[in-house]
Design a protein around this ligand. Structure first.
Ligand SMILES: Cc1cc2nc3c(=O)[nH]c(=O)nc-3n(C[C@H](O)[C@H](O)[C@H](O)COP(=O)(O)OP(=O)(O)OC[C@H]3O[C@@H](n4cnc5c(N)ncnc54)[C@H](O)[C@@H]3O)c2cc1C
Length: 387
């Protein structure tokens, strides 16, 4: 097992991370002519995982005894905002958001010693990729209605089902898969099973592309897939609660990625407004432009403040169910507005395909759907208020 125990102070780490992004990752992307919508091979993303690991960024949030550095939620939020704001195309790979340690979350608590060796530690080291598979074609917000069925057969399960729109499955070696083991028990009959994606009967299908044009998500089709019982994570019937236990922090941790992207769009807009000349001077002298910039900066300040307040609660071990939903709701809607304003300020440049502002606009739109739609966040908040 790796023996890294702690990380330097946050400011030092931010400087090192910035240096890696500006001096190594972005030049690597430019030299190779990478674009937002390229299909990246496992080999390329693994190179980023490994390098990030070598430099001490990959797996920071994982407990020290599992080869991570025990980073708290507040510090992680700062770094996540930094990588998203950097302009690097492969930024989600640097801290392990796509296939890496971020996918595991609190699931390590339920892993057996053998599962830790085989499944968890290789992800922390950047050697294996993973993904989290709950959604199915007929089961989205109503997650407890999944139908993927795991039936016991001696020391194995035989699994049949279809997982839909699974992030990072394109880079993953195994999927943390929610399966029905007892159909009579509702959500208490759902179990989490680790399924290696090279098992006979597993196939990935890429029949759609999200509006970002990024090749990250796929469906996982399971046809009579035989998996040993040793791959059951935790107890039978514990899967849904395990997944729900992970969801609040997960929702919160999406937020700094949104603010980072929105911040990038905001800085581009400030810069463009100062340079673009119309009617004999820069457009930044128009009050209409100034007010948009003022609203963008105000929204960013509000978003960052609420993220950090909730992250502080999470680090103190408090229940953040309501606050995480408030953050996910507010930040996804406000950051999308920021991108929209950045696009407006950029005029025709901003609506040009694959300009950073245009890409960020498309990317931020997705966040009102993923990890629980805005409507589901409002339901969670209202439930907490009225209970
Ligand atoms: C890019 C991307 C990546 C994803 N990654 C993953 C992943 O890694 N793993 C995974 O398991 N899933 C993943 N998903 C699936 C995602 O979690 C679901 O899309 C999401 O939960 C919504 O489900 P749905 O799309 O089926 O919408 P539906 O649940 O069908 O909702 C449709 C509309 O009805 C509304 N609605 C539904 N129920 C209610 C209600 N009770 N009250 C009010 N309004 C309601 C919704 O808000 C929405 O507006 C991903 C999706 C996308 C687009």
């Amino acid at each position: 097992m790796d023996t890294m125990t702690s990380y330097p102070d946050l400011d030092t780490l931010r400087v090192r991370l910035r240096a890696y992004l500006d001096e190594e990752l972005i030049p690597f992307e430019q030299e190779n002519g990478f674009g937002y919508e390229d299909r990246f091979s496992k080999e390329v993303v693994r190179k980023v995982w490994k390098r990030s690991r070598e430099l001490g960024f990959y797996g920071l949030q994982v407990p020290c005894e599992l080869g991570g550095q025990g980073m708290g939620v507040q510090d992680l939020c700062v770094l996540k905002d930094d990588v998203a704001a950097s302009g690097a195309i492969l930024f989600p790979h640097v801290l392990g958001d796509w296939g890496g340690p971020a996918r595991i979350g609190n699931l390590v608590k339920y892993a057996s010693p053998e599962q830790i060796e085989r499944f968890i530690l290789p992800v922390v080291r950047g050697e294996l990729g993973t993904c989290f598979a709950m959604t199915e074609p007929q089961s989205g917000s109503d997650a407890a209605s999944i139908r993927t069925r795991a039936v016991r057969d001696g020391d194995d399960y035989i699994i049949n089902g279809h997982k839909h729109y699974i992030s990072a499955s394109a880079f993953a070696d195994y999927a943390i898969t929610m399966c029905v083991t007892d159909p009579d028990k509702g959500s208490d009959g759902i179990s989490a099973i680790l399924i290696e994606l090279d098992r006979p009967g597993v196939s990935l299908t890429y029949d759609y592309l999200p509006m970002t044009g990024q090749h990250v998500d796929a469906d996982i089709v399971l046809r009579d897939v035989r998996v040993p019982r040793a791959n059951l994570l935790g107890e039978e019937g514990q899967g849904f609660r395990t997944a729900m236990g992970r969801i609040s922090v997960n929702r919160l941790l999406h937020c700094p990625t949104m603010t980072g992207l929105a911040r990038q769009a905001y800085h581009l807009a400030v810069d463009y407004a100062g340079k673009r000349q119309q009617f004999g001077g820069p457009i930044s002298r128009f009050q209409a432009i100034q007010h948009m910039l003022a609203d963008m900066a105000t929204s960013l300040y509000a978003c960052t403040s609420m993220i950090m307040a909730t992250a502080k609660m999470a680090d103190a071990g408090q229940d953040i169910r309501k606050e995480a939903s408030m953050c996910k709701l507010f930040v996804s809607e406000k950051c999308f507005e920021i991108a929209d304003k950045a696009m407006q300020i950029h005029g025709n440049v901003g609506v040009t395909r694959n300009h950073p502002v245009e890409f960020i606009f498309r990317r931020l739109r997705l966040y009102r759907i993923v990890t629980g739609t805005s409507e589901i966040q409002r339901n969670t908040i209202a439930k907490a208020i009225l209970s």
